[in-house]
Write a protein of this length. Sequence first.
Length: 498
Amino acid sequence: MTPESSLLLRSPALRQIERDHAHLPLMERAGAAAATLAKALQQHLDGPPLIFAGPGNNGGDSLVLARLLKQAGLRPTLVIIADPATLPADARQAHAAWVAVGGVSHSTVPAQRYGLVADGLFGIGLSRAIEGPYAEWIGAINQYPGPVLALDCPSGLNADTGVTYGPTVRASHTITFIAGKPGLYTLEGPDHCGEIITADLGLVDAVTAAEHGRLLERATGYLHFLSALPRRSLNSHKGSHGSVGIIGGAAGMAGAALLAGRATLKSGVGRVYVGMLDRLALDPQQPELMFRPAADVFDLATVLAVGPGLGTSPEAEALLRRAIDSDKPLLIDADGLNLLAVHPALHRHVARRSAPTLLTPHPLEAARLLDQSLLSVQSDRVSAAQTLARQFQAHVVLKGAGSIMASPTNASATHWSVNASGNPGLATAGTGDVLSGMAAALLAQGCDASTALTAAMHLHGLAADDCVAAGAGPMGLTASELLEPARKILNRWLQERD
């Protein structure tokens, strides 16, 4: 078992793996992995384990868990209301094995003190609200003060999307089987899963061969970027590290362009030009930023970032059109995305660009671009990010809890990842501008577009995590506070690589 698997599978791929390996004792392996963790969690707790089993194969995993804990002398209490005759074949066998070792089942929870509580009610593939006694049991589980272990996925959570359906278990630990699932790490998933442990059940090769995404873990996600970070020779100068043009900062929104510019500069780029729509000649806090009329930035920078504080005026629209028509790598954010949404004819121009395009929408901006509802986007964040990547032939970060990165591999396919760094402190104005600056800087320094955006997404979250660890959040964390920890993390990455 590993704390977090780097590979993520959605339900269709998982079901296919289960079908292809039906000859293996997968339920027994899952129950055994859960038992190993359960015994560790049960140590030093008063009262026996309490195990809830549902009517499907997730309930079968619980039955194996109960049997193994009983054989280990832990005297578990098993609660199940499903008729054993109606259980799936493997779960039926697991029930028979439970009975064979003297196991007794209860249809209600006996009144006594319990230690560990295990949730094996419903696993992956859930698409509706849980009702009746199962809903009541979830309410009871969420009242227990001790550790709660969810098997594969907390009951009530969609493992593909992170959507919750009515009452949902809030676990302190989740042991997920075969591979990680995206819904555990995005939207509502992080609030319900607690610590996530992956048990691959001996199917690593099958997972690798399947269509999968990747998890960018807090502990090891940075390793993915080390080889891509630009090396700095001793014989270098400011022109060696690229230049970025930030276009935005309309009246009343200058701060967005300044934040993006400062983030770009502190992420290692050689020169940053800020093309302000509002009149501003100097940033007293960051005098290294060079201010130019917005139209002049196009000829000065090697990478363009359009949108922070841009507004939606005719001048802003003209600047966006010019940026799209340019042959330079382009990041579009904020009002640049809003303008793109209201001018569908521009979509084709973006998709046909010869240079890389990066889009960094939050969910509402994504909904506008896709002409969908916010609920539709949030109900399947991975699919929404993939659709944007295909539609615009662009590298996309769909921001939010468990940000989703998607890049096009061809006209119909994408690869995707889910970011595990970050915290609620990022839910404040300006943090998106900082992300844009980081991504533009890495792109200008020589990272390919996919790596630049993915690394910036992960770095952005890590910087927020460091702020919280230092006591500067999550309440009251400001976007500008991310800059210094992000710079320290980048330099630490370089030192570990070199």
